[in-house]
Design a protein around this ligand. Structure first.
Ligand code: FE2
Length: 241
């Protein structure tokens, strides 16, 4: 934000998304978009000072251990221990420090610790499936967790979600919040998943897939995946609808 001689601030709006790089609001194979997608043309509102600068969140109550989903109970959860790390970047590729990154996921058997998930896979008493972290000065975050399993859903016949971790990231302001899903490389369910396929652009879809990273892996302890997140602009990570 600059301040010219008139003392009225100049607001630099965020870049809009490139067409095709975000999911369509209406994607009929993903059935719930049929009832919740807008029926009228969108009205683009100008980005004003309040959207581009605020609010500023206090992060005091994020504890250091919140990033480790394997230490939240008396025993260790079952499954493949993984480290997920990456950086949060803005539309100009600059790191976003102090961004609040929150994740939630199913356990290794593909079951959520949630009353609405009643499919016949075991719950894990040592895994709740939620964590959070703040990015450091380089925009970096990391989590220790368990690789989630795929799970069935009722969208269509024999529907299974590819293994994924849900992410919510707050940048500097409301308009730089991103809610998305991180996938794992080589999942055979990508071709059948209407949530993944609702992003039309192939390159943009690839930005939702983490990459296996041997440097992140720790010997005798955990495999590692990298997942960088771009909040807005042409290289933005796709939102979920
Ligand atoms: Fe999910």
């Amino acid at each position: 934000m600059d301040r010219p001689t008139s003392q009225r601030p100049i607001v630099h709006p965020y870049r809009r998304h490139t067409p095709g790089t975000q999911p369509e609001f209406l994607y009929e194979p993903y059935r719930s978009t049929i009832t919740r997608s807008p029926r009228k043309p969108l009205i683009f509102l100008p980005h004003t000072l309040s959207e581009t600068t605020g609010p500023v969140y206090g992060h005091d109550d994020v504890a250091e251990a919140d990033h480790d989903l394997t230490l939240q109970h008396s025993g260790e959860p079952l499954g493949e221990r993984i480290i997920v790390s990456g950086r949060v970047l803005d539309s100009n590729g600059r790191p976003v420090p102090n961004a609040l990154v929150e994740i939630w996921q199913a356990n290794a058997a593909g079951r959520y610790a949630h009353a609405k998930d009643q499919h016949p896979a075991p719950l894990d008493p040592n895994f709740s499936g939620a964590g959070r972290a703040l990015t450091d000065q380089t925009g970096a975050y990391h989590f220790v967790t368990i690789k989630p399993g795929p799970y069935p859903w009722l969208n269509h016949y024999n529907a299974w979600r590819p293994a994924h971790i849900h992410f919510s990231i707050f940048g500097r302001a409301f308009l730089s919040r991103l809610v998305t899903q991180m996938y794992f490389p080589g999942d055979p369910l990508f071709a059948f998943d209407p949530i993944f396929q609702s992003v039309p652009d192939e390159k943009a879809r690839q930005r939702m897939i983490s990459r296996f990273d041997l440097e992140t892996t720790q010997p005798q302890w955990a495999t590692g995946y990298k997942f960088d997140i771009v909040l807005r602009g042409e290289e933005a990570t796709p939102f979920e609808t």
